[in-house]
Design a binder for this molecule. Structure first.
Ligand SMILES: C[S@@+](CC[C@H](N)C(=O)[O-])C[C@H]1O[C@@H](n2cnc3c(N)ncnc32)[C@H](O)[C@@H]1O
Length: 251
């Protein structure tokens, strides 16, 4: 296997259960047979070295994004690889991304799509998505990504008004948290039965279980988590990967 050096990964994208967080939580979980993964820095490095296969163009985009002050918004490379694998497993052709930033997740997913695959990518920022477009072209997948600039709620409503219900295989939700519930409901309508939604940041660095944290973002995430937990229209699993990812299968 090719040897590589790991570029630094932003805190938001680091596996949630850092040693300090785990230390806080471990006594609580001691009586459980399936304890939450205790991921040390060394174990995290081992996971990356043993399983990360990041194409060069993605690595370059990650290096470029690292220069931006907002670089922590980017998903981690292993999350990109995970999402690409999920999309391939469901034989995904047509997908939606809500929240593009500099295009790392869009590129990760688009590289796993078939030739006729399409990703409708929604964001409000021309500046950030311009960065992504350069690398999408470099990777030869620019034709697969249909970037639409504007508030994602408006774009999703337009897709519904155009009669696109049930036409999409998957969706990835990773934009402003206050609109997460809207994004979930719109994407669910746009998905075909058996389609997949991946919702990012559902643990919000662990703040979801901290009653002293009551900002609009963490509250919106708590609301969505509760909503999904009770939603009988879907099968779900919440994975403690990165900042927490909920996988949702439309029934
Ligand atoms: C966490 S970043 C997305 C990270 C991206 N998925 C990646 O892999 O790098 C969130 C993005 O949501 C976008 N955003 C925020 N509010 C939005 C809105 N109302 N509609 C569409 N996009 C929005 C921001 O411009 C930002 O690029």
């Amino acid at each position: 296997m090719e040897d590589f050096e790991l570029a630094p990964i932003g805190q938001e994208n680091y596996f949630l259960f850092s040693t300090s967080y785990q230390a806080k939580e471990s006594s609580k979980n001691n009586d459980m047979s399936n304890k939450t993964l205790n991921l040390t820095d060394q174990l995290y490095d081992y996971i990356l070295k043993s399983s990360l296969r990041e194409p060069e163009v993605l690595r370059e985009l990650r290096d470029t994004t690292m220069q931006l002050p907002e670089h922590n918004m980017q998903i981690s490379p292993e999350q990109g690889q995970f999402m690409r694998l999920m999309v391939q497993l469901i034989n995904g052709h047509k997908g939606i991304e809500v929240g593009v930033f500099t295009g790392y997740s869009a590129l990760s997913v688009a590289m796993g799509l078939p030739e006729d695959g399409r990703l409708v990518a929604l964001d409000i920022s021309e500046e950030w998505t311009n960065v992504g477009q350069t690398y999408w072209a470099k990777a030869g997948v620019a034709d697969k990504i249909d970037l639409r600039i504007g508030p994602a709620v408006d774009s999703l409503q337009k897709m519904l008004a155009a009669g696109e219900q049930g036409q999409y295989d998957f969706a990835f939700i990773d934009a402003d948290k206050e609109n997460y519930l809207n994004y979930y409901e719109y994407c669910l309508q746009l998905l075909r039965p058996n389609g997949l939604i991946m919702v990012d940041n559902v643990l919000w660095s662990g703040d979801v279980i901290d009653p002293s944290k009551n900002g609009p973002e963490v509250n919106a995430i708590r609301n969505l988590n509760q909503h999904i937990a009770q939603d009988q229209r879907v099968d779900i699993i919440l994975l403690p990967i990165s900042d927490g990812i909920t996988l949702v299968r439309k029934l």
